[in-house]
Write a protein that binds this ligand. Structure first.
Ligand code: GLU
Length: 296
């Protein structure tokens, strides 16, 4: 069955960009009689707060975006992540990395597209004795293959990366024991039968890494739709720090149909701006109408 998800991180109030992702994920599912799941991505204990979760649900409610079931929040799924981590380790694909941030920067080439650093593999070949001599708590990396991975994105078309050249062995568990988003999202989507992932364009470059993990773990790869980012007039992407565009502010100035009508118009779903409910858009939704470029 077609199954989509909202996967918000409760690290602040939803902003316009999050509303846009939620709206398109919901329309894509509802227009094809699929199932919608809500999953709270609260992996990072330093950034996520309980109070944001309730607000988030109330905001989705206000927008008229409903869900059929709620998955266990990521903060309570460490056992599931651990089991898959151990499986990767048993395949010989995982090793501890003791590099400090400074060492990483010194030893790596900057990533061409997004400024990330490419891990040079420094800790991959350490001997047992060298590992035993380390005092720092390690992060854990997965070894990547020297092959091209292609994403067939439902909106953006084909996107390819060679993981060795474009990212290097990447972290799946942080040194504080928290499992990395890249691993958690694959396990959650893969084990719960998610068939389509709709999310912001900023995550397109994570997708080859995730597809690689799907393959390693033998999990079914969902379809992907990476939607354009909303940017301000200076070309910067909206973030939870832009409070003028978070729902706390927006709800004071707009009704839900006004906000949805505005988004529908900005993104190409409608030719003109007029108030409309999310439900009223279901019948006319088509991915072919959605713009691909960033939206100011
Ligand atoms: N939790 C992420 C966010 O709120 C979304 C991750 C995803 O959709 O894969 O930006």
């Amino acid at each position: 069955m077609l199954t989509g998800r909202f996967a918000p991180s409760p690290s602040g109030r939803m902003h316009l960009g999050n509303v846009f992702s939620a709206l398109l994920a919901w329309l894509s599912v509802r227009s094809r009689n699929g199932r919608m799941l809500l999953r709270i991505e609260d992996l990072d204990p330093d950034r996520c707060r309980l109070e944001y979760i309730e607000t988030l649900k109330r905001d989705l409610d206000w927008l008229g975006l409903d869900w059929d079931a709620e998955q266990t929040p990521q903060s309570k799924r460490a056992d599931a992540y651990h089991a898959e981590f151990e499986r990767l380790r048993a395949f010989g694909l995982v090793y501890p990395c003791y590099c400090s941030r400074a060492e990483l920067h010194a030893a790596s080439a900057p990533h061409a597209s997004d400024g990330n650093v490419i891990y040079a593999g420094t800790c991959r070949t350490l001997t047992d004795a060298e590992r035993a001599a380390k005092t720092r708590k390690p992060a854990w990396r997965v070894i990547v293959p020297n092959t091209v991975i292609t994403v067939q994105d439902g909106l953006q078309g084909e996107y390819t990366e060679n993981l060795v050249q474009d990212c290097g062995d990447f972290i799946i568990r942080r040194s504080d024991g928290v499992y990395a988003y890249q691993l958690a999202v694959v396990i959650d989507d893969g084990l719960t039968g998610i068939t389509e992932v709709v999310r912001g364009m900023d995550l397109l470059s994570s997708t080859p890494r995730q597809i690689y993990l799907y393959h390693c773990l033998g999990l079914p790869v969902p379809e992907f739709y990476h939607i354009p980012l909303l940017i301000n007039e200076h070309g910067q992407r909206l973030s939870k720090r832009d409070q003028a565009l978070d729902l706390g502010e927006l709800r004071q100035r707009w009704s839900a149909p006004e906000l949805i009508g505005k988004l529908a118009w900005m993104t190409g779903l409608r030719d003109d701006f007029e108030p409309v409910t999310a439900r009223e858009l279901i019948g006319e939704f088509a991915w072919s109408k959605v713009r691909r470029e960033p939206i100011v």
